[in-house]
Design a protein around this ligand. Structure first.
Ligand code: GLA
Length: 731
């Protein structure tokens, strides 16, 4: 019967039944519904797959239909005028293709039309095929019932007898209705200055976010959000957002076509990309996750945070809370010794640290950054009896033990490079550009993969290690893979990352007790791909607590504070020479996953006492900070102060941080209204560190009071902060 929903198949994602895929097989319309979001596409009279809708939930009975667009003019043929869900590069397409391919006979015309669908478990798959060549594309879709975040990817298959060269392949193309006022939000950055938010209008000028570096990069991040100027704000209005689960060269492009329809394409970066698809071979793309929020950027971020906790991170849907760690890097740099590390460990244990991590310098001939990378054997001059005495000591102090590694890199001055100079990415006879005196091992090679897996497996088998900080301190320059045929060398962009993921997955399988941090000179490798294999990330080498407020504010737009490591380090800070109080440094770091990176040998008794108080206080709120809902009440960009609020999912606890950059106009006060509390519950309030409540803050009031009247907290001085804990009166 025309218009009837022929089959409704609930998606089993997360065990919830309130998501569905609806297939109207007569009208050939497909709908994904979940988390208050509908996403629909359909097949038109000519067989093109067209986007139909993405936004707040439609009613179950709402009918949608796809119709092929007519030619607009001689310059705009019908095929190119029809908005397509995943167009092939052919038929005069002038927007970003889903797939661009070249056949062995030189034909580069690819027209993808609908062939059929099937549903397997949580995934709806749509099959497309070229109109006459044996090349098919399967588009996979899923939707998370809790957040409405959809996951999309594409798989191209060569069913022909000759190879086909894939020049460009997107995970997904997303389409927004024609509106004049879209704005795109994205990140820019560099080493020690990551996570700067930028906002720009979306026009017909294509905006490209990308990494050409072989890895995610500091310069941008595979995340975007789009809202509407004048309609959307931090807590109101529509926001479409998405992130690509890929840690290699990536690209997200956003722009309006000649009819004003906004298209977002995300996937492998086509820059220097090529994959010669052999007969019978297929190539899949990473997953492009995308969501919609009706309540501004704040809710968009909270949806992403919940989604990451529930589906992306190891241990999902309930990843383990992050322990308070100590890391020796800023204290000792390469000058690690058994005695020095033991001394730091003893001191760290007295303040409540739960994990002790030895950073760079423990292995090979690693006395500076010019030697040793690649040789993952203990430096016997520094640890005469191996790591065991230190590890036993750390365990005896009640802490878990962690170690820094940078497996993908090699110094020329290393035994590994001397034995295998051909293992690095390079073009024979050409210069090999170094970064931090190191070269990149070609992890796309299976022998390199096998070697690294063995070395790391041995390290974890022979030592009682609970944590690895996995670093990656340069990007690619000459990405040659000379052992491969010239036409297959560019597979390196995909194979390298696949092998990286497979090593991480295999290590986790063999050593289920080991947790891993993704670090790349700070925040150079943070994305939903690596986060699937790593428990936490290092957002930046910049540990200045005031800079960190901006870094953390940016980071939190895309990623959960649960994985956002934040160390308290020494003052003045190495990055900018700024001096701040230890309390201020703690309050900045307690807004993520707390760590200590200071030189404890230089601390006073008062410093230890402060640290003890603050770490104990953090443990009392960390579940709320790491798993709760984040409200960015006043961003650091707003002026002299900023405020963030973390509300536990049951709304029984809320943690409020108010940070004053510098007092202006005689401590000009500001009343800040909280969000997300239960209006009808009574909340008692206390300072996080047991100091008396500031004047003007009542000891208890309703959630309604805190969210309407707000908090009056006068702050005085420069770089000062306060944190208040709100707890419901009834347990
Ligand atoms: C990178 C990391 C730092 C530290 C050093 C060690 O820069 O981001 O935290 O581990 O390497 O060399």
């Amino acid at each position: 019967m025309r218009g009837m929903i022929a089959s409704v198949i609930p998606l089993a994602l997360a065990g919830a039944a309130n998501a569905s895929v609806s297939v109207d097989s007569d009208a050939k319309v497909f709908r994904l519904d979940g988390g208050g979001v509908s996403y629909a596409f359909g097949v038109d009279e000519k067989g093109y797959l067209q986007p139909l809708y993405w936004g707040p939930s439609l009613s179950p009975g709402d009918r949608l239909a796809a119709h092929a667009a007519p030619e607009l003019s001689g310059f705009d043929p019908a095929g190119a005028m029809t908005a397509q869900e995943y167009p092939g590069q052919g038929e005069g397409l002038v927007t970003e293709p889903g797939l661009k391919a070249a056949f062995a006979d030189g034909n580069r015309d690819l027209v993808l039309k609908y062939k059929g669908y099937h549903v397997s478990g949580e995934t709806l798959t749509i099959d497309l095929a070229d109109i006459d060549r044996p090349l098919t594309v399967s588009l996979n879709y899923s939707i998370d019932p809790a957040t409405g975040i959809i996951g999309r990817n594409a798989v191209v298959r060569n069913a022909g007898a000759a190879p086909v060269r894939v020049d460009q392949i997107a995970s997904a193309i997303l389409t927004l209705p024609n509106q004049p006022d879209y704005r795109m939000h994205s990140f820019s950055g560099r080493h020690a200055a990551e996570w700067t938010l930028n906002t720009q209008p979306i026009t017909s000028a294509l905006a490209v976010l990308e990494s050409r570096r072989g890895s995610t990069g500091h310069q941008s991040d595979p995340w975007f959000a789009i809202d509407r100027a004048g309609q959307s704000g931090e807590e109101s209005g529509p926001v479409w957002f998405g992130a690509l689960a890929w840690s290699g060269s990536w690209r997200i492009s956003v722009g309006a076509d000649n009819l004003g329809r906004v298209k977002i394409a995300g996937g492998y970066n086509p820059y220097d990309f090529s994959w010669r698809l052999k007969p019978g071979e297929s190539l899949s793309t990473p997953i492009f996750y995308a969501g919609y929020s009706d309540h501004g950027m704040g809710e968009a971020s909270r949806l992403m945070h919940r989604f990451q906790l529930a589906h992306i991170l190891p241990g999902a849907p309930v990843p383990k809370l992050r322990p308070v760690l100590y890391n020796s890097w800023e204290a000792t740099e390469f000058n690690v010794t058994e005695a020095g590390q033991m001394r730091l460990a003893e001191k760290a244990a007295t303040i409540g640290v739960e994990r002790f991590v030895v950073d760079d310098g423990w292995f090979g001939a690693r006395n500076n950054d010019r030697a040793g990378l690649g040789d993952w054997v203990v430096n016997r001059a520094k640890f005469p009896n191996g790591l065991k005495p230190l590890i036993d000591k750390v365990h005896g102090l009640g802490m878990s033990f962690g170690l820094w590694v940078e497996p993908e890199m090699v110094n020329r001055d290393s035994d590994l490079y001397r034995a295998h100079p051909d293992w690095v990415l390079h073009y024979p006879g050409r210069p090999q550009t170094e970064g931090r005196n190191q070269l990149v091992l070609n992890l796309a090679r299976d022998d390199v993969r096998a070697h690294l897996l063995k070395v790391l497996d041995d390290l974890l088998t022979q030592n009682d290690i609970q944590f690895l900080k996995w670093d990656y301190n340069r990007n690619w320059t000459e990405p040659g893979w000379p052992q491969m045929k010239p036409e297959d060398q560019q597979r390196v962009y995909v194979r390298y990352i696949q092998n990286l993921y497979s090593i991480l997955a295999e290590l986790r399988r063999r050593h289920p007790g080991v947790e891993i941090e993704s670090c790349s000179g700070g925040g150079g490798r943070i994305d939903l791909g690596i986060m699937h294999y790593t428990d936490q990330v290092w957002p930046s080498d910049n540990t200045d607590p005031y800079d960190r407020l901006t870094i953390q504010d940016g980071f939190s737009h895309a990623y959960t504070p649960a994985v956002m490591m934040a160390w308290v380090t020494d003052a003045p800070n190495w990055a900018n020479g700024r001096s701040t109080s230890l309390e201020y440094r703690f309050l900045s770091s307690m807004q993520g996953s707390l760590g200590i990176g200071a030189n404890l040998d230089k601390w006073t008794d008062a410093d230890f006492a402060t640290a003890r108080t603050m770490i104990a206080a953090y443990k009392g709120v960390r579940e709320t900070v790491q798993r709760g809902d984040l409200y960015r009440l006043v961003p650091p960009s707003a002026g002299e102060r900023s405020a963030t609020l973390y509300v536990s999912r049951d709304k029984r606890q809320a943690v409020y941080f108010q940070m004053l950059h510098s007092s202006m106009r005689r401590d000009n006060p500001m009343t800040i209204a909280l969000r997300g509390l239960n209006p009808d519950a009574g909340y008692r309030v206390r300072t996080i560190d047991g100091r008396p409540l500031p004047a003007g803050v009542p000891q208890a009031a309703s959630g309604r009071y805190w969210m309407t009247h707000g908090v009056d907290l006068t702050q005085h001085g420069d770089f000062t902060g306060d944190a208040l804990v709100f707890e419901t009166e009834q347990p």
